[in-house]
Design a protein around this ligand. Structure first.
Ligand code: DC
Length: 233
């Protein structure tokens, strides 16, 4: 891990934005560069959805979801540059990324019992600072006082195209149009839900990645973080 960031910069960095904007890839690269821990909060919601799906629990069954959450352990592990999510001792990294679990996650993330549980879990994970958290409500709800906030976005067509390439690489049988429609549907669900909807924080810096490479986005964000921390290295 390249850690070029001076110790003055132990901050909480919030990165929010819609699906397919490149948050996960960008956050991982950024965290590596500045020697921070990265917390993929979407993967946490996806894990709840996976376990609920396996147990046949409905998205509005508060009691069963609360029980499931309370018995759940979540750990992020880094090996050879890749990041895995371990839930109850099982590596669920690829199982949480199927189209079925994506749609289910969007529905389950509207449940207040689940949001409440993960909110506390995320705050605990970030207690020592030096973290980059990515999600939908990090700068608005989880850490409204984050040291620096970014809202990462891209056009819906570009986000659909990126997701399509990912799914194709995994051998999923989907078309580009279906993928763009699925991205639009998730945007709508995430932005219109009652609790913690996807919304840009007033003090977030908007970064549009439509015509930038992920490395260019990381460069841009990294330099703004270092400037904020008053770091010259
Ligand atoms: O970032 P992602 O695509 O892995 O997120 C999966 C789903 O989880 C997405 O539909 C929105 C939801 N989510 C959320 O509601 N709040 C977060 N902080 C992160 C994700």
């Amino acid at each position: 891990m390249k850690s070029s960031f001076c110790s003055a910069g132990k901050m909480i960095v919030a990165i929010d934005g819609p699906s397919g904007a490149g948050k996960s890839t960008i956050t991982k690269k950024l965290a590596d560069r500045i020697g921070y821990i990265n917390i993929d909060t979407g993967a946490m919601f996806r894990s709840v959805a996976l376990l609920a799906n396996r147990a046949g629990i409905e998205c509005d069954d508060d009691k069963a979801l609360e029980k499931l959450c309370k018995s759940m352990s979540i750990k992020f592990e880094r090996t050879n540059g890749s990041c895995s999510i371990i839930v109850n001792g099982e590596d669920v990294s690829s199982k949480i990324r199927t189209p079925e679990i994506s749609i289910l996650t969007s529905a389950i993330s509207a449940n207040m019992v689940v949001r409440d549980f993960l909110l506390k879990y995320q705050r605990n994970m970030a207690v020592n600072k030096g973290v980059v958290l990515e999600g939908r409500d990090i700068g608005t709800v989880v850490f409204p006082d984050a040291d620096i906030k970014f809202y990462l976005t891209a056009s819906v067509e570009e986000r659909g195209r990126r997701r399509f390439m990912e799914l194709q690489a995994k051998g999923e049988d989907v078309t580009l149009n279906q993928t763009i429609e699925a991205v639009k549907k998730r945007d709508e669900q995430d932005a219109n839900r009652k609790y913690a909807p996807l919304r840009q924080a007033d003090d977030a810096i908007v970064v549009d990645s439509t015509s930038l490479t992920f490395d260019e986005v990381v460069d841009k964000i990294e330099s703004m973080i270092k400037e904020k921390a008053g770091c010259n290295c």
